[in-house]
Design a protein around this ligand. Sequence first.
Ligand SMILES: *Cc1c(COP(=O)(O)O)cnc(C)c1O
Length: 391
Amino acid sequence: MACKLDRKTARNGDSENTMPILLNDFKAQWQDIASRALKAVDRVGKSGWLILGTEVQSFENDLADHWGLPFAMGCASGLDALEIGLRVIGLNPGDKVLTTPLSAFATTLAIIRAGGVPVFVDVDDSGLIDLALAEAALKADRSIKFMVPVHLYGHALDLAELARLKNSYGLKVVEDCAQAIGARSDGRPVGSVGEIAATSFYPTKNLGALGDGGALLTASPEIDRACRVLRDYGQSAKYVHTELGLNSRLDELHAAILKDALLPTLKSHTEKRRAIAQQYGNLIRNPKLEAPPRPNGSDSVWHLYPLIVDGNRAGFQNHLKINGVGSAVHYPRLISEQQALTKILPQGAPVFGPLTKAAIFANQEVSIPIHPYLMDDEVSRVIQACNSWKG
Ligand SMILES: *Cc1c(COP(=O)(O)O)cnc(C)c1O
């Protein structure tokens, strides 16, 4: 890899073996993208146009092509994309929304900001919302008409099954694709079953910007138009406000950098993540560590590489740290147990059935580094550090 030598000299003095392996390496990313990103910045500066111009439009077109959906609209964050999506598909205050307790808090926060009431069901062995339990919840409570499934860890939920639930129960769906850009389920892109796909360009995501950003994708021109009204104060024409909208615009600068410096390498970076995941799957051999299975039919993009630790999780993370390997937990506390929810749900959030498997992830999951700037010897060191843990 071209950046290899640069990276060694950049950290002069350190021997390679003592360089910590980070979960995300933004300095390595900058070395890779700097010249393209700086050219994009220069172009935007010279254009004299900073908000909602040709850079955003042009990035939106490239993103839609890349994703395989007809329309893409940039916005300020993944959180906003989810909120705008839910409002556009007709969520009204008090409507229930089926979702997962194991995700970024933003998934549920968006539901609440849109006026909805989250209803949590447990996850499956992969850590994604259990679609069989989701169906049981829909059968038990026919008033649930909305769903926000999350394609967690870069896995695609079973989209054929999601489509069946959507049709059988008359659901409107915003798919949370923040971790799963490019993932497919039996050949279908994530986000193609719901009315809307919401995604995030938070820097750690597979398509991460140099700051915050997000997008909504859809096959419907009407939905796309309605999202554009909401992202810009609810104006349908200049100074004509037909909705109570947000200020949720993707900046021209971010759009230009995403388009020129980040989107063009997403495919090869995804392949790199897949190759690392395959090595981890083949070579991590420790009876105390188990990789959760991929969902049926998922061609995953490996935003994260989760392991389930049988034993002392903090001890495992400390062992990794001593061996120079970064790690994190996704997620240590279930959303349904977050204190903030009591502000609108004083009795606690509605939960359908016990969240047994979600609790296993909350208590035993550890994510190990899988970013595209990992070098071969670093991948080997991660594997060694996992295999040498005695528990
Ligand atoms: C990151 C993330 C979000 C929120 O995106 P932001 O751009 O940080 O607002 C929502 N859902 C999931 C699953 C995420 O990983």
